[in-house]
Write a new protein. Structure first.
Lengths: 520, 297
């Protein structure tokens, strides 16, 4: 890392960005200290116990996530395991995580501890709180590793889990966002808290509160230290054993059965034959390959998640209220348009990967690649966008003519947004595969291209959105006495002209760039 | 078959990456129906040369032609060349057959023709039974075979092969060598870059050795070994080691071989210390595999 300037700069940037947050924590700790000093004993010690149980859950949860996602996948694992023992390796990985956590926890934690002690007027609190923080990390991080190792061991040994891994992660992602949008995190954490509350984990609260005079139990405080020692010893044994099981496992090997995709492939073949009547063979080839690759590696379409996340909010609201407002069809239209361009057309050059040299030497790649990738997204997403927009529109208070206008907008915008994406994508191609999940790497568009594309999509859809929003529509109707339908239609026309112009220009740039592309 | 143009011709072909000269004033001529063995140590500029000859990299200076068409005009040469890059050009998510169909379609070959040619090549390379397995389940050699088939699928006149036997077992490697021999028998030209000297010794009509971007010697395998003026039993490997020794130009002089690429060699190689050798093949710029599945352990 010492020689990696970018990494050092990123760390420095993160440190600067976290400064206000850190200062906030320290100040909050000072206020909390003052509050505790002036409070009655009984409820405060309970709060301390609750806080440290939830703190432990956080360390285990986040530490486990990091262990699963990052730490247990060191570069050149085979090389490491032939150089050092699995015990040394897992010990090193856990220690690395501990140092990483300590960098923040103990610097900001120390400052917050001092601030809290000053606020509370109790100097004894400083060593007590610091010790508690250390024990929290010393027990929580190994616990997270044990959970992660257990999950990985299960995944490596279970054919079913290996096969359904993608589905599992998709469900997990949906569940995560559902929790965010429904504010239901407490319902998940509460049962875990109830399990841990009667255990020595809650004794950390007593240890931290020693010296505050709020009813902390000295016995429990000593018990927290003893528990931590015992826990760490037990954790070391488990870590060694689980790591050995994982890294020397004769895990299941999933071979993609030849017959697994035959039906789907034949369906695709039939579709290809239909499209062959309309489009050239190279274009149909690109579309077919795009769809096959996406179906077999759906995580490469990860950028489509962002529009879906945006759409999740209005849908959850509609479900919770039982009403579909005038805004939902617009959200469906925006999200569909956004997705249609981002799934296949935003990295025309890069997603060819190792095949790019050969693709460039094929017949008219500038036509087949650009048109093909645009069609891949449009044929797949535009029908769903139009259907979703129209259905939501019909169920909303919008009039039928307005819904028709929205449907036209949805069709044009989602069909052409791929064209908009192509020119932006070739300007910022990404060739290297990046981790899109814990176990899969894929070539995805550059984040910069995605941001620019998102802004452009927002701009071209804006006339439609504004003209079909009930507020603008009513305002214009009352001021200039224009029918709402005409207002909506004008928005559709402006968006259509706008997206077609931008799309044509973008495709021209993309074709030019692909045609003249050189591997330098 | 008599043609009025050479299969491959270059004139002072040069490629610079910033201040580094990867290929320095390369002059070579390859006749139709021959195998040109292109040798050189790692970083000599072989891949860069192949990329320039296939129009994938723009030369900094000089010119090159494929069958009389300038490489600067990609449209003019794309149907007449086939290229096997060092990294097999495959998508891990596709099956071998689907990958080949994709390339066939991109070349706009008739659908029936694609199918029959793919079947033929799959049988030839012993891949028929695995053709409907996904490429991420393929071995390195199987990927290489798919890469080689795609280079030949459209029956190009000139085929550029970058390490075609890399990762292949002896049987598959023998098949590749037989295919190359058949190609030249039927009038095709093969530009073959490899580190396996026995392959070149067996197949090449002409051998060129590239060293630090300069063509330091060129001739038939027999000519090159004769030029060594050494004891009996001198092999192409001895020639290669000699001309690519630390001081290339001096070594080349020892072969009694006049520099094949005089300007570049005299001006660049003689002044360069071997310690300044840099990896100018730029392999690292080649796009990586599309969707690499990471070992789940």
């Amino acid at each position: 890392m010492k020689e990696n300037t970018t990494q050092l700069l990123a760390l420095a940037f993160a440190a600067v960005m976290s400064l206000p947050f850190s200062v906030g924590i320290v100040f909050a700790a000072y206020l909390a200290g003052g509050f505790v000093a002036g409070s009655q004993a009984e409820p405060v010690i309970e709060w301390a116990r609750v806080a440290f149980v939830y703190g432990w859950i956080f360390v285990v949860g986040f530490g486990g996530y990091r262990a699963y996602a990052v730490a247990l996948r060191p570069d050149n694992l085979d090389g490491l395991l032939t150089t050092v023992s699995h015990r040394d390796l897992i010990g090193g990985l856990v220690l690395t995580e501990f140092v990483l956590w300590s960098a923040f926890s103990l610097t900001v934690g120390s400052a917050a501890t001092v601030a809290f002690a000053v606020g509370a007027g109790s100097l004894l609190t400083i060593p007590a709180l610091l010790l508690t923080l250390c024990l929290l990390l010393v027990t929580g991080i190994p616990a997270g590793f044990i959970v992660a190792l257990a999950v990985r061991n299960a995944g490596v040994r279970s054919r079913l889990l290996s096969r359904l891994r993608t589905l599992f992660f998709v469900l997990l992602g949906i569940g995560y966002f559902a929790l965010i949008f429904t504010n239901a995190f407490a319902s998940v954490l509460e049962p875990i808290y109830r399990v841990l509350a009667p255990t020595p984990i809650s004794w950390f609260g007593d240890l931290a509160a020693i010296g505050l005079g709020i009813g902390a139990s000295s016995l429990r405080a000593i018990g927290a230290v003893v528990f931590s020692v015992v826990f760490v010893v037990a954790a070391i044994v488990l870590l060694f054993r689980f790591a050995e099981w994982l890294w020397y496992a004769d895990g299941v090997h999933i071979v993609h059965e030849p017959g697994q995709n035959v039906n789907r492939s034949s369906r695709l073949g039939a579709l290809s034959r239909i499209f062959s009547r309309v489009f050239s063979q190279p274009v149909v080839g690109v579309v077919a390959v795009d769809w096959k690759r996406a179906r077999r590696s759906p995580l490469s379409l990860s950028f489509a998640l962002y529009p879906l996340i945006v759409l999740a909010g209005p849908i959850v609201t509609a479900v919770q209220t039982g009403e579909i407002g005038t805004g939902l069809p617009l959200w469906v239209l925006i999200s569909g348009t956004w997705i249609a361009g981002s799934v296949f057309a935003l990295n025309v050059l890069g997603q060819e990967g190792a095949a790019l040299p050969i693709t460039l030497l094929s017949k008219a790649p500038e036509r087949s690649l650009v048109i093909g990738h645009v069609l891949s997204g449009a044929l797949l997403i535009a029908p769903a966008t139009v259907a979703g927009t129209v259905i939501a529109g019909v169920l909303s208070p919008h009039s039928v003519p307005i819904v028709a206008s929205l449907g036209v907008s949805a069709l044009v915008l989602s069909a052409v947004s791929g064209a908009v994406a192509t020119g932006i994508g070739v300007g910022f191609p990404r060739f290297e595969a990046v981790s899109v999940s814990r176990s899969t790497k894929a070539i995805v568009p550059s984040i910069f291209a995605f941001i620019i594309y998102s802004v452009v999509v927002l701009i071209v859809t804006l006339p439609t959105v504004v003209a079909h929003s009930s507020i603008v529509s009513h305002a214009l109707t009352s001021v200039v006495s224009v029918e709402p339908f005409l207002v909506g239609l004008s928005g559709t026309i402006v968006s259509t002209v706008f997206v077609c112009l931008v799309g044509a220009a973008s495709m021209y740039i993309a074709r030019d760039r692909v045609n003249g592309y050189r591997l330098e | 078959m008599t043609r009025d143009t050479d299969a491959i011709k270059t004139r002072s072909l040069t490629k610079q990456f910033g201040t580094e000269t990867a290929v320095d004033g390369l002059n070579l001529t390859v006749e139709h129906g021959t195998v040109y063995g292109f040798l050189g140590p790692n970083g000599a500029g072989k891949t860069t040369t192949m990329r320039m000859l296939t129009s994938l990299t723009q030369p900094s200076n000089g010119e090159a032609w494929i069958d009389g068409a300038p490489v600067s005009d990609r449209d003019a040469i794309r149907s007449s060349i086939g290229y096997l890059p060092e990294e097999p050009p495959v998508f891990d998510e596709l099956t071998g057959r689907e990958q080949l169909e994709y390339f066939g379609r991109l070349r706009d070959l008739p659908a029936a023709e694609i199918e029959s040619r793919i079947e033929g090549w799959l049988e030839r390379f012993d891949l028929a039974d695995d053709a409907d397995k996904r490429i991420d389940d393929y071995s390195k050699g199987m990927r290489q075979k798919i890469g080689l088939i795609q280079a030949l699928l459209h029956e190009p006149d000139v085929v550029f092969l970058d390490e075609p036997t890399s990762g292949l077992d002896p049987r598959a490697a023998r098949t590749v060598l037989n295919v190359i021999a058949e190609l030249t028998d039927s009038g095709h030209t093969v530009f073959l870059s490899t580190h396996i000297l026995s392959v070149v010794e067996e197949l090449a009509d002409v051998v060129g050795v590239l060293y630090e971007g300069n063509l330091v010697t060129e001739g038939s395998p027999t000519e090159l070994t004769e030029r060594m003026e050494a004891e009996e039993g001198t092999t192409l490997e001895d020639v290669f080691l000699s001309v690519t020794a630390e001081r290339g130009p001096v070594a080349a002089e020892n072969t009694g071989d006049p520099p094949a690429n005089q300007g570049g060699r005299e001006t660049a190689v003689a002044e360069q210390d071997s310690e300044q050798h840099t990896d100018t093949d730029r392999e690292e710029t080649e796009p990586t595999s599309s969707d690499a599945r990471v070992e789940d352990r």
